[in-house]
Design a protein around this ligand. Sequence first.
Ligand SMILES: [Zn+2]
Length: 193
Amino acid sequence: MRLEDAIARITFSLESVHVESAAARIEEKQAANQAKQSGAALILASDAEVWRAGVHESAHAVAAVRCDLHLEHAGVRCDASGWCCYYEGGESIDQTISRVVADLAGPCAELLLVGADDARCGQLAHSSDLLLARLNIDRCRARAPTWQLPTRLFAQLACSIVATNIDSIGRLAHVLILYGQLSRDAVAALVRQ
Ligand SMILES: [Zn+2]
């Protein structure tokens, strides 16, 4: 997908989030992810689906490192689900903006580097990445109302960090799929090569 089209789609998805139900839906998705981490049975996905997951999680990880967030670890499962754990180093608004950029980088990478049909775009629009990003964008706006932060700005930042780190994302995706899980140090070493 072209950069401008990806920015437009992410912006539309963010503005379409049903904010009132977002926190509850994020909790549901986190519980499902935790069940998988605890050993729930997984359905094997195709190589293409696992690659998509590898690119998605690698984009989160690369953005987290580039934005100076605290990355813990990242992984991809055989059912094409995955995770990337990172968190802000404080309550400053720039850390929250960085968090939004890292959260959006996964969906942006799918649109820009893999391609997503309408069904996948629908899934991404309702993903915890988009929901959480929208809630944090609203937090930024509440804390800095005079900045008048446009939604599109966050989509532009996330798509830009993906577009300028294509090599790092691809390199990390290959290794992440090979090993299944990588530590913070391993991710940082691959990103900074
Ligand atoms: Zn994600």
